[in-house]
Design a protein around this ligand. Structure first.
Ligand SMILES: C[S@@+](CC[C@H](N)C(=O)[O-])C[C@H]1O[C@@H](n2cnc3c(N)ncnc32)[C@H](O)[C@@H]1O
Length: 324
């Protein structure tokens, strides 16, 4: 019966199907192929190199999830949700979804073993740490960085709206990926001296001033502000502390560190997205989301003090820290 406890449980248990329906759609390019209007499975299958029967059933599955709409005559159209899967549109989540369908999905099957025996599911499945696995294959690394940029594009505007970065003349974005947040900061201070810092293979070819390196070793010194957006949650407390100490060593006494992260709520239901992100970290990296108090303790161990906790409209907080 729709809406019953049993119905809800059935939908939860079948969540694996929803992830794979989205994955198939993105991998084949179905959303882009529907961008100009409704089409049927036979027509799409010819263009996309698929088998019409199974493709029709996948399209119907996507219609059941309101990603597509059935428009009659066996044709399917994009809904507002489905349009978010098209490449290159503002707000697109295409690459963000692509990461979930393969790499994250494979790791998720190792969750029980991790809970019983410890360890990081991603490493058990792929035989090496997450970032090493990405760096080994340029296309995979590019999809991940595009996924991060998809997410960051939704967060960056909210971050600079909530926290005034206008006074910073020099800014280093540590583990900045494609520099989406750094660009938003630079827009606020057009003359600012900005540096994108990330692994050499990530910053290669960036149109931003960039330095490649290892944030466990050294980051560029002496900037007004350091950004760490969605970096600390990738690491357990020991490694997060190493990153913070590297940043602390690079900071002047009056520098500011801005940590952009979800903050774990008291009760899971108060921020389900933060709780899901915490599970992604468990699966992929052995990292974790933290409470504001947890960040405060880490900062103190790194010779920093938490000076502000600024919530944003995008679900992340800006945690401001200064040298203690
Ligand atoms: C979760 S992503 C966050 C990217 C970006 N800051 C954002 O908010 O979208 C973590 C970033 O840390 C970078 N990273 C991982 N290990 C690193 C290391 N040892 N040194 C420098 N950057 C590293 C990754 O390449 C990646 O861009």
């Amino acid at each position: 019966m729709p809406g019953s406890a049993a119905d809800r449980l059935a939908r939860l248990a079948d969540g694996y199907l929803a992830t794979q329906l989205l994955h198939v759609a993105v991998a084949l390019g179905v959303p882009d192929a529907l961008a100009d209007g409704p089409r049927d499975a036979g027509d799409l299958a010819r263009e996309l190199g698929a088998v019409p029967g199974p493709l029709h059933r996948v399209l119907r599955g996507l219609a059941a999830e309101d990603v597509l709409a059935e428009t009659g005559g066996g044709r399917f159209a994009l809904t507002d949700t489905g349009r978010l899967l098209c490449a290159g549109l503002p707000g697109s989540l295409r690459d963000w979804v692509a990461m979930r369908g393969r790499l994250y999905y494979d790791a998720a099957a190792g969750l029980l073993a991790a809970v019983q025996d410890g360890g990081t599911p991603f490493e058990a499945v792929h035989g090496r740490p997450f970032f090493a696995h990405l760096s080994a294959e340029p296309a995979r690394l590019a999809t991940f960085q595009a996924a991060m940029a998809d997410r960051s594009a939704r967060e960056a505007g909210a971050v600079v709206a909530a926290y005034d970065t206008g006074g910073f003349a020099s800014v280093v974005d540590v583990g900045g990926g494609r520099g989406t947040l750094l660009r938003a900061v630079r827009e606020r201070v057009p003359g600012a001296d900005v540096v994108l810092f990330d692994l050499p293979e990530v910053v290669a070819g960036s149109d931003l001033p960039a330095v490649g390196g290892d944030f466990f070793a050294e980051v560029p010194a002496g900037a007004d502000a350091y950004l760490l957006s969605r970096v600390l949650h990738d690491w357990d407390d020991g490694d997060a502390l190493r990153v913070l100490r590297t940043c602390r060593a690079a900071m002047r006494p009056d520098s500011v560190l801005l940590v952009v992260e979800a903050v774990l709520p008291e009760r899971a239901a108060d921020d389900a997205a933060a709780v899901r992100m915490d599970l992604h970290m468990l699966l992929l990296l052995g990292g974790c989301e933290r409470t504001a108090a947890g960040y405060g303790r880490l900062f103190a161990d790194a010779g920093l003090r938490l000076t502000r906790d600024v919530p944003t409209d995008a679900g992340v907080h800006v945690l401001e820290a200064r040298p203690a």
